[in-house]
Design a protein around this ligand. Structure first.
Ligand code: PLP
Length: 420
């Protein structure tokens, strides 16, 4: 009997049920992954017991010698992984990393440019319900909306340039939550330089692809880079700030602590170090490449069946299906709920030229990072595309959905989940 089972059977039972759920379903939420046993062991360690406010060698508490070494290892590995000069590994999450950068770079009311939220941005990039939209002044650029254009659904770099020329933002932001194409960081830098803006990339989604060489690096183009550590990087839930600029690095350190956080989560920082160590291995490059190959195959199979994908495909780990083209009645909300009943976990998402509210949406977002960790390869994604098609054309019919569920479970049994 584990310590958890002995002391709290209720929580132990829920953890066991969640473990079983993770085994029996196909995790296709683009922002999720399966962390390794080693990452979870570090996160579940005695490092959780310690206060270590400050930074390595400059703590406000005694007894931090081992914590200094742990954090230094995390920092050094992060720098090697992204080829940059400075890393702050303390942000508790992606949103916390972004908040610290905003505290460091902005005064209240300052203007910054970011993508229109419904085109794939994150709440922390200027949403009216987020601090970034309440206390700052976001101005937005768009994707290419003309469907007759070859680059429909790609970033509209002319609109980036236009919005910067008109509003002279202090900061230009790139990096997205639901963008299936490669980001041209050099082009962003050229625009930022022309308009005197600081260039900030939030690579939360694609960080693992960057680290694994499957997406171009934001360095040396971006002045600041933020990321989460739990998506394609396959680490514990958390955030990180990277830069090559010594002066900015100092400002970010102060903005994280004491600016926006108290004691760092040292057990999570240890788990970040473990994940970065894994990400530095040659096998992680193969993983990143396979994530993209799997997404491309999924995209191709769905398009062959008549589905419309935002930007007509993908270059990275995710695709966005615009359901209006195949079934004008079907919302993203219903599609995600039918898929869940079939054991396929995905999320509803707005799509370019969205006509529904964010609570219903016209699209679903599908990602391959977690399935790839589990060992699925391109031919398996072709099978998954068939499952998705059967569900989306079922009109919610229970018999069809139950039959797909059985097929999903047998596929899952061929790929035992990796996490403890
Ligand atoms: N930035 C981007 C681009 C994201 O997609 C996300 C999360 O989905 C975040 C930031 C926020 O990360 P967290 O949920 O860890 O706060």
């Amino acid at each position: 009997v584990s310590a958890l089972q002995a002391s709290d059977p209720e929580i132990a039972a829920l953890v066991a049920q969640e473990k079983d759920r993770q085994h029996r379903t196909l995790e296709m939420i683009a922002s999720e992954n399966h962390a390794s046993h080693a990452v979870m062991e570090a996160q579940g360690s005695c490092l959780t017991n310690k206060y270590a406010e400050g930074y390595p060698g400059k703590r406000y508490y005694s007894g931090c010698a081992f914590h200094d070494e742990v954090e230094t290892l995390a920092i050094e590995r992060a720098k090697r992984l992204f080829g940059c000069g400075y890393a702050n590994v303390q942000p508790h999450s992606g949103a916390s990393a972004n908040l610290a950068v905003q505290l460091a770079l902005f005064d209240p009311g300052d203007t910054f440019a970011a993508i229109e939220l419904s085109d794939g941005g994150h709440l922390t990039h200027g949403s009216p319900v987020n601090l970034s939209g309440k206390w700052l002044n976001p101005v937005t650029y768009n994707l290419v909306t003309d469907e007759s254009r070859e680059d429909w659904g790609h970033l509209d770099y002319d609109s980036v340039d236009r919005v910067c020329a008109e509003h002279k933002p202090k900061v230009l932001m790139t990096g997205y939550s639901a963008y299936p194409r490669t980001i041209d960081f050099a082009r962003f830098r050229e625009i930022a330089d022309r308009h005197g803006a600081i260039l900030w990339a939030d690579v939360a989604h694609i960080a693992g692809l960057i680290a694994g060489g499957a997406h171009p690096s934001p360095f040396p183009h971006c002045h600041v880079v933020t990321t989460t550590t739990h998506k394609t990087l396959r680490g514990p839930r958390g955030g990180m700030i990277l830069t090559d600029d010594a002066d900015l690095a100092k400002r970010f350190n102060s903005a994280v602590f004491p600016g926006t956080q108290g004691g760092p989560l040292m057990h999570v920082i240890a788990a970040k170090a473990v994940a970065f160590g894994e990400d530095l291995q040659p096998s992680f490059r193969a993983y990143a490449e396979q994530v993209v190959a799997n997404a491309k195959r999924l995209a191709g199979e769905l398009m062959d069946r008549g589905y419309k994908l935002a930007s007509n495909g993908t270059d990275n780990h995710l695709i966005l299906v615009d359901l209006r083209a195949t079934d004008p009645e079907l919302t993203g909300k219903d599609a995600a709920s039918w898929l869940e009943r079939a054991g396929i976990i995905a999320n509803m998402n707005t799509v370019p030229n969205e006509t529904r509210s964010p609570f219903k949406t016209s699209g679903i977002r599908l990602g391959t990072p977690a399935l790839t960790t589990r060992g699925l390869r391109a031919d398996d994604l072709a099978e998954v595309a068939g499952f998705i098609d059967r569900v989306l054309t079922s009109r919610g019919d229970a018999a069809v959905i139950d039959a797909v569920r059985a097929d999903v479970e047998s596929l899952c049994d061929r790929f035992p989940r990796l996490s403890a």
